[in-house]
Design a protein around this ligand. Sequence first.
Ligand code: UDP
Ligand code: MN
Length: 308
Amino acid sequence: FLPSAPHNSKEYNIWLIFTKVTNVSTLSYKFRDLLHNLLNVSSVPLRFNIIVDKGSQTIAENQISETLYGNKSMVYSFYDIEESAKKIQDIVEVMTPHFSSKPGTYYSDALFYISLGLYRIAPQSQHFAILLDCDLYFKKDIALLFNEFDRFKPTALFGLAPELTPVYRHILHMYKAKHNTTFGEFYHDNNISNDVHPKGFQGYNTGVVLINLGAQRKSLEFPKLILNESVQAMTSKYRFRGHLGDQDFYTLVGYEHPHLIQTLNCGFNRQLCTWWRDHGYSSIFADYFKCNHDVVVLHGNCNTRIPK
Ligand code: UDP
Ligand code: MN
């Protein structure tokens, strides 16, 4: 693979969050496996940016050195979670009452909202970033994911794939009882008609988040969107009480301001968690879970084992 001229000027920033890790945490192995996987599957030079606490950084360093054998090399930097949390404190304060299950301990809340404030944490020289969960497995080249930035509509700040469970049908229960809406309904081709979700909209999952940091920094709309008034208006309109952090917010933005989000197809974040199938939604779960696109990324969410 010989990168052409435009590719040379491109950045391939990967962001990972690796905190509260102990030597016995499965997160530690998920992290090592993902690094190993990415180094093998990537045709482009990745720059890793890893948000850590002190203890987790030591474990990360050990896992990185296990991954780098032979002549492999990897470009990476660490960012401190406490410093990062301070930079997004306003966002976390607005969001947690609506989207966190039990708000309020130390930096733990900030973890779930990093994607929204990454434009303040990342060096100004970074214009594009992809934030990844650690419980992912790439079946295909991650360059395919970076290429999705080229398909962004001009107004999009974020790129997200659909949530593949009925969780937002569940959360919208009260609103849907009184309003005729496609929100919360399942939808099988997320490439068509990005703007209005006329045929159903399952919400978004944040295991994979594409962020146009440059556009976000310049946006006049985004700073207003994260104000209390805006979040309050959206949550009360839809009677929305979530527990999934940033992805609850993006789902609401998908309802009210869809021009800000580019919907990626489900193959870019093929979730595997089947929890909702066994909790009241057995008859319709399959409609939400189905993904007809080529799988680029598998996501072993809710600790689901990834078939490799
Ligand atoms: N994470 C972390 N420490 C934790 C829990 C989560 O650093 O104690 C990070 C990690 O990057 C992880 C992401 O947050 O991949 C989201 O958590 P997880 O993937 O377990 O959530 P799920 O996808 O199952 O909802
Ligand atoms: Mn995950």
